[in-house]
Design a protein around this ligand. Structure first.
Ligand SMILES: [Mg+2]
Length: 255
């Protein structure tokens, strides 16, 4: 089976990089009002750039400059050093690799910086394929869908795993099974609204889902009345028999 895995969020904790870029983009004046945790919660709530700046005491007139600086700084090599793989991620990928085709699918603007980071973090050898496209597309999920469909490992029954609406929408457009991961850059309510097939706390939770769905038991017996399998906080949003490639509402609300 093919697992299409998103990088930023499910595999890497990018919160330190994002906060550092924000600090540099806003400048030292006026003094910051947002600490790292508050900033990250705003990002997880999908606050707009204007909202983040306003909460941090920066005038809206600064926003155009901020956006340009953000594009310049967010993937600067010095800042990519701040990303940290979540504990246990290497072991999970190594365990899945003999069983599944592992395809990394990421929207990054700098292919060389991505390649260097994946090698430095010893993640590159764990994947069978690495796909990357620009994050600048206004409907990132269509760009991601294009990457999915372009993979030689694209096949019915593949899974798309990610932490934002982009991943879930891309997977649905491609007719694949989708898994929302909650330890990334979107909070639970926003991911729930995208109606993924499964929601998991982290990639360790995905391990449980993979085992659970591979087990030879009827789906109805594996869930209680709330659709929660007995093994943990997992949840299916796709009743048995429902077409996985249903069209999502709300595509135009932006990412
Ligand atoms: Mg992500």
């Amino acid at each position: 089976m093919t697992l299409f895995l998103d990088l930023d969020g499910p595999i890497l904790d990018v919160s330190r990089r994002y906060y550092r870029a924000h600090q540099l983009c806003r400048g030292a004046d006026p003094p910051a009002k947002l600490g790292p945790a508050e900033f990250w919660e705003l990002k997880r709530a999908r606050a707009t750039m204007g909202e983040v700046l306003a909460r941090d005491g920066v005038s809206p007139g600064e926003a155009p400059d901020y956006a340009a600086r953000w594009r310049e700084l967010i993937e600067a090599p010095a800042h990519l050093l701040l990303d940290q793989p979540w504990p246990g991620v290497h072991a999970l990928l190594a365990a899945w690799r003999p069983l599944h085709q592992l395809v990394l699918v990421t929207l990054r603007q700098r292919p060389e910086a991505l390649r260097d980071q994946l090698h430095r973090l010893q993640l590159a050898p764990l994947f069978h394929e690495i796909l990357q496209a620009s994050p600048e597309h206004p409907e990132g999920w269509r760009e991601k869908e294009r990457l999915l469909r372009g993979s030689p490992r694209f096949a019915a029954g593949a899974w798309v795993i990610g932490d934002t609406e982009i991943d879930i929408r891309a997977g649905k457009l491609a007719g694949l099974r989708t898994v929302g991961v909650l330890n990334g850059i979107r909070r639970r309510g926003l991911l729930e609204a995208e109606n993924p097939d499964y929601l998991v706390e982290d990639l360790g939770g995905l391990s449980q889902v993979l085992e659970w769905t591979a087990a030879p038991q009827p789906e109805t017996a594996a869930r209680n009345g709330n659709g929660v399998p007995p093994s943990g906080g997992l949840r299916t949003r796709t009743p048995e028999g429902e077409s996985p490639d249903q069209v999502l509402p709300g595509h135009s609300q932006g990412g």
